[in-house]
Design a protein around this ligand. Structure first.
Ligand code: AMP
Length: 285
């Protein structure tokens, strides 16, 4: 049976108890409105850890003033049932005042990796993410924390933060889980009209096309960038945010295709801003 707690004290007591029983603790941080992408993170945690905690917290600190904080979907009851189905042991769903009893004066900010892509489009976003994830790490004290490849820049930021600040845990990154037609699952997909839901497939199509160019030997990053950009711009319902080929650790544009490169795209469909990415690996000569 999955247990639902709302306080820091309750989650600490529950994890301490699990640890006394010799169990390894896994944490899956989420903002709720859970879907099978989150489910694949919970399943990975279930396979690897004796005690699985899912946090559900829509973190105000990571939303810009004009973003969707107020209307972000909140479906706690369903989410808790879903966590139960996926085999989680504990859901930690704090209120904002539990996480931020007074306005914070302390923040965690990862530099450089956050200058590009979503960091450039959403100022302050990754500072909000790094700060709340640090707080969750200090509250839950997990052995392993699970993040999705869907948010590749976020995963890179968290990995770097864990390494730079010596958090005593391992970061696991789980592959992107997709709808049968290829659209990356996202809580924000529910904002899409029927027409935009269809149009949003252009993100997956652009990445697949670019991967195919790379697989057929194309090695000019700018050709790949133009391909991604023009494919997305050809969809009238899409408003391109970015399309790039970057280093998967630094998130900076690459000048050469060598080793691992990450194809990244972001676009608006109506009010919904969707992102996606694919990794291409070429053995270094
Ligand atoms: P969110 O609730 O959107 O903050 O996401 C919580 C975690 O789930 C993050 O680590 C995301 O990267 C991950 N996630 C979201 N969508 C997917 C997906 N389609 N596949 C894999 N992981 C995902």
């Amino acid at each position: 049976m999955v247990q639902l707690v709302h306080t820091i004290k309750a989650v600490r007591d529950a994890v301490a108890d699990a640890r006394r029983r010799g169990l390894k603790a896994g944490l899956v941080p989420t903002m709720g409105a859970l879907h099978d992408g989150h489910g694949s993170l919970i399943e990975a945690a279930r396979r690897e850890c004796g005690y699985v905690v899912v946090s559900i917290f829509v973190n105000p600190l990571q939303f810009g003033p004009t973003e969707d904080y107020d209307r972000y979907p909140r479906t706690l009851e369903r989410d808790v049932a879903y966590c139960g189905e996926k085999g989680a042991d504990l859901v930690f769903a704090p209120e904002v005042r539990e996480m931020y009893p007074s306005p914070s004066l302390t923040f965690v900010s990862v530099e450089k990796i956050t200058d590009t892509l979503c960091g450039a489009s959403r100022p302050g976003h990754f500072r909000g993410v790094a700060t709340v994830v640090s707080k969750l790490f200090n509250i839950v004290l997990p052995d392993v924390a699970y993040f999705g490849q869907k948010d590749a820049q976020q995963a890179a930021v968290i990995k770097r933060m864990v390494s730079d600040l010596n958090f005593p845990l391992t970061v696991a990154v789980v592959p992107t889980f997709r709808e049968p037609d290829g659209l990356a699952m996202s809580s924000r997909n529910r904002y899409l009209s029927k027409e935009d839901r269809q149009a949003a497939l252009v993100l997956y199509r652009s990445l697949q096309g670019a991967m195919s160019l790379l697989e057929h030997g194309e090695r000019r990053p700018d050709v790949i960038r133009s391909y991604l950009r023009s494919t997305i711009e050809a969809e009238p319902r899409a408003r391109l945010d970015y399309a790039d080929v970057v280093d998967p650790e630094t998130m900076q544009p690459v000048t050469e295709i060598e080793g691992d490169v990450l194809l990244v795209v972001a676009a608006y469909f109506g009010e919904a801003r969707l992102i996606d990415n694919m990794l291409f690996s070429l053995p270094v000569r």
